[in-house]
Design a protein around this ligand. Structure first.
Ligand SMILES: NC(=O)C1=CN([C@@H]2O[C@H](COP(=O)(O)OP(=O)(O)OC[C@H]3O[C@@H](n4cnc5c(N)ncnc54)[C@H](O)[C@@H]3O)[C@@H](O)[C@H]2O)C=CC1
Ligand SMILES: O=C([O-])CC(=O)C(=O)O
Length: 353
């Protein structure tokens, strides 16, 4: 076949959102290459991929050997981010999608959807102050998921997580696609921080420390269970107070340090990849994978709660009880539940109203 004919044929097969489209490469076009791509592994989409979390998250997911196809969706800047990341010499094939009209193409066929879309906090704001903007964004994205990939596992990062997870659940219920096991609010950053701060106090390597963090993802709803730290250890009342507060205020610490330039992005991308990788290993069939996440729950009287969950092919296949709490943690739990109840209700009402 003449090169010109071949290029014409291949151009017709290029995805309309391919960021390479319009770039005139000499003689050989991208789709003209012999690589098949996506032969084995999972298909992952990041929604909000051009943002502060989205970009490093995309970078790290492109490095994950379990990912065969990586879709990057945002309402701005995905062509540049996609072109950039697609040059990394790792296995995943990267495709970019820009704007609402390409949302369905971005979602179709995906196994795992990670959502860091939405506005971040500025100093003086609570996560709940983001509700008015982010609730609508999460609703639209979840409507797309219900339509195009209703069986995908969803990792929801957008704040306020305590309300956006109930919003997503209501959207899926309305569409008749809700599977509570597959909707997971990402609270891994709380665990990552807790491991780091506890390791600092104990003089250990953070990689050797595991702290369960339960409840939710905002202020007092973030409840580290310091009585259940592994390796087993004990804390003075002062250490307990310091650690609990620092873990609960970890997000605000970063928001203040960034002084108006957003909230945690790099540590969040790290945490999101840690969690997404656990979900992918579970999808592959690995046994014994346990992570904390904000999920539909019967652990308390609230319909959603963060606790340790066992991940499997279906998502959060088992939600673990909290285990024995000390007096400090019991008091913390009561405070957490009060605030959580209102945030969950706010999310549900946003869709039901
Ligand atoms: N769960 C957690 O532990 C954490 C959650 N977050 C939350 O993650 C969210 C994102 O934070 P950043 O990346 O720092 O914000 P950012 O503003 O840097 O990026 C957000 C991205 O979302 C995109 N976006 C806006 N509307 C969209 C839509 N309708 N569809 C797709 N994309 C859309 C924006 O264009 C932007 O690229 C915030 O809500 C933040 O509060 C942040 C840190 C930790
Ligand atoms: O604090 C924020 O707004 C972002 C966030 O959720 C975190 O860093 O934990």
């Amino acid at each position: 076949m003449e090169v010109n004919q071949r290029v014409a044929r291949i151009s017709a097969h290029l995805h309309p959102s391919n960021p390479q489209m319009g770039l005139e490469h000499p003689i050989l076009r991208q789709a003209d290459c012999r690589a098949k791509g996506g032969a084995s592994g999972f298909k992952v989409a990041i929604l909000g991929a051009a943002g502060g979390i989205g970009q490093p998250l995309a970078l790290l997911m492109k490095m994950n050997p379990l990912v065969s196809v990586l879709h990057l969706y945002d309402v701005v800047n995905t062509p540049g981010v996609t072109a950039d990341i697609s040059h990394m010499d790792t296995g995943a094939v990267v495709r970019g999608f820009l704007g609402q009209q390409q949302l369905e193409s971005a979602l179709t066929g995906m196994d795992l959807i990670i959502i860091p879309a939405g506005v971040p906090r500025k100093p003086g704001m609570t996560r709940d102050d983001l509700f008015n903007i982010n609730a609508g964004i999460v609703k639209t994205l979840c409507e797309g998921i219900a339509k195009c990939c209703p069986n995908a596992i969803v990792n929801l990062i957008s704040n306020p997580v305590n309300s956006t997870v109930p919003i997503a659940a209501e959207v899926f219920k309305k569409a008749g696609t809700y599977d509570p096991k597959k909707l997971l609010g990402v609270t891994t950053l709380d665990v990552v921080r807790a491991n780091t701060f506890v390791a600092e106090v104990l003089g250990l390597d953070p990689r050797d420390v595991s702290v369960p963090v339960v409840g939710g993802h905002a202020g007092v709803t973030i409840l580290p269970l310091l009585s259940q730290v592994k390796p087993p250890c004990s804390f003075t009342p002062e250490e307990t107070e310091y650690l609990t507060k620092r873990i609960q205020d970890g997000g605000t610490e970063v928001v203040q340090a960034k002084a108006g330039a957003g909230s945690a992005t790099l540590s969040m991308a790290y945490a999101a990849v840690k969690f997404a990788d656990a979900c992918l290993r579970a999808l592959r069939g690995d046994a014994g994978i346990v992570e904390c996440a904000f999920v539909a729950s019967e652990v308390t009287e609230l319909p959603f709660f963060a606790s340790r969950v066992r991940l499997g092919r279906q998502g959060a296949e088992e939600v673990y009880q909290l285990g024995p709490l000390n007096e400090y943690e019991r008091l913390g739990l009561e405070k957490a539940k009060k605030e959580l109840e209102a945030s969950i209700q706010k999310g549900i009402s946003f869709i039901k109203k």
